[in-house]
Design a protein around this ligand. Structure first.
Ligand SMILES: *Cc1c(COP(=O)(O)O)cnc(C)c1O
Length: 492
């Protein structure tokens, strides 16, 4: 950017300020000419909250409500804490929406990104390769469940899911013969796989997905076990996973036309941290094998230690045919995602003529050098700091702290896997009757938590904790105490 351009930028920024004095305007312009980058950082127009409300449209946000409130603007972050522009500190109890893994500003990841920046920020994987993308692919193939050997990079979780869906569809086309009839997907009730249209087609959350129904290709919907409100009215473990037994006829009936089933193994995150009973994911794997259906494991939320093991599939020794990774893959530093496939899937794309079997799919920033460098460093932290070894102890502390919530009159269910937990608030504990949605109890609890210095984003009336893996015992207890105090405040 040339100096004149900078001045225009600075002028524009000043002109949005509204209440800035002419002197301040002059200062900003002079500063911009002096050091353009500095000028952008200390924009004299000042009122960020006003500019936010004027220019930003926030994701998954009821903007009318947003415009009526004062935004918290995060200026910096360190470890498990976020600091706003007024210097107020918040514990990041949802890991910046399930992305951050080892804390903010981890020295090893910071260094890796800085060093990478000295070399190249981004070069394409279309027709070229780059060292961090290659090395990270090898590491991912090593640490993911056996069989997954090929890494296809995407830009974010939703695009990793799109790639998985198209890949599984084309896999059967490439195999040919009667397999070409396998064109449909099976997905789970209350599933969430991202917000692009393919991902929404296999999504099952009415509030998010219902409105787009006419744009979608219907998938065959399977019930995901939600033990607190079991659709078969049974109780684990006496149920012996009848919910899984009941799926067999659906597989049998549809096998000829189903390409893949997509599932969130062990935990349905966006559904409200719904934890499937032990053995359920294994049962789905077995059904997929028996009925020649590919299993796509969406571990965008559960990957990278979140559930207490590196991947949720590891709990039941499940190897999917395709696995989607996102969120924590870059340590929570940058947009990065990947779709992993088995060699069997990959080989089906190799035949002649080359163009017919090629996977015509890609995203511009796939394999971004900076993001892959961050991802590699994040995996390095896992081994150098023995992160996984510390998780059972931390999960135990969280479980113990959460126990204190169970007796509260409006806490219906407390569920947890590793350092992910959901606390479902209900109007009536006996009948499990939910609160009226319009009462916004979950949102009110979140606000009460924020006032107590903990940032938490609820899912409806389910309060969510997705704690950064670096979190310490006293911070876990603090987070849960704040949940307790806030629930008490908003339900009495
Ligand atoms: C967040 C999420 C996605 C979508 O990831 P984005 O990076 O937001 O596109 C997909 N699947 C699951 C299970 C998720 O939790």
């Amino acid at each position: 950017m040339g100096r004149d351009d900078m001045r225009i930028v600075a002028d524009r920024m000043v002109s949005t300020a509204g209440d800035t004095s002419d002197d301040a305007k002059a200062d900003a312009t002079t500063e911009a000419v002096g050091d353009p980058v500095e000028a952008l950082r200390h924009d004299a127009s000042g009122d960020l909250a006003a500019m936010d409300k004027k220019f930003l449209w926030h994701p998954f946000t009821h903007m009318k409500g947003w415009l009526d409130a004062d935004p918290v603007i995060i200026d910096r972050a360190e470890g498990v804490y976020l600091y706003d522009t007024e210097g107020k500190r918040y514990l990041d109890a949802v890991s910046s929406v399930w992305a951050n893994v080892h804390g903010h500003g981890h020295p090893m990841i910071d260094r890796a990104v800085r060093e990478q920046l000295e070399k190249a920020a981004h070069t394409t994987l279309l027709g070229l390769s780059n060292p961090p993308a290659i090395r990270l692919a090898r590491r991912l193939a090593e640490i993911t469940p056996p069989g997954l050997s090929r890494v296809f990079y995407a830009g974010d979780g939703a695009s990793a899911v799109e790639a998985a869906l198209k890949m599984s569809f084309q896999y059967w086309r490439n195999k040919g013969g009667t397999y070409e009839k396998k064109k449909r997907f099976m997905s789970f009730t209350n599933g969430y796989h991202g917000d692009t249209l393919g991902a929404v087609s296999v999504g099952g959350i009415g509030l998010f997905h219902g409105i787009y129904k006419d744009l979608l290709r219907a998938s065959i919907r399977l019930p995901y076990p939600y033990c607190y409100r079991c659709h078969l009215n049974l109780e684990y473990p006496d149920c012996r996973l009848r919910c899984a037994d009941e799926l067999e006829p659906v597989f049998e009936r549809n096998q000829g036309e189903v390409a893949a089933v997509i599932m969130e193994p062990k935990v349905q995150g966006a559904a409200g941290m719904v934890v499937a009973p032990d053995g359920f994911t294994r049962r789905i794997r077995d059904l997929c094998t028996r009925y020649e259906v590919l299993l796509i494991a969406d571990e965008v939320a559960t990957g990278f230690g979140r559930t207490g093991k590196m991947f949720a599939c590891d709990w039941e020794g499940v190897s999917p045919d395709i696995m989607c990774l996102g969120k924590g893959i870059s340590g929570g530093y940058m947009a990065l995602a990947a779709t992993l496939a088995t060699e069997e899937v990959f080989q089906a794309f190799l035949g002649d003529p080359w163009y017919e079997k090629t996977f015509f799919h890609g995203h511009t920033y796939a394999g971004n050098q900076l993001a892959c460098a961050a991802g590699l460093a994040g995996l390095e932290v896992f081994s150098k700091e023995n992160v996984l070894d510390a998780l059972p102890g931390k999960a135990e502390i969280l479980a113990d702290a959460l126990d204190g919530l169970k007796a509260m009159p409006h806490v219906g269910d407390v569920r947890r896997a590793g350092l992910m937990a959901g606390v479902e608030l209900v109007a009536d504990k006996g009948s499990k009757e939910p609160f009226d949605g319009s009462a916004g109890v979950g949102a009110k609890a979140a606000l009460a938590m924020r006032k107590r210095g903990v940032f938490m984003r609820p899912l409806g009336d389910v309060l969510v904790l997705v704690l950064p893996l670096v979190i310490k015992e006293e911070e876990i207890r603090l987070a849960v105490n704040v949940v307790m105090g806030s629930v008490e405040e908003v339900t009495t």
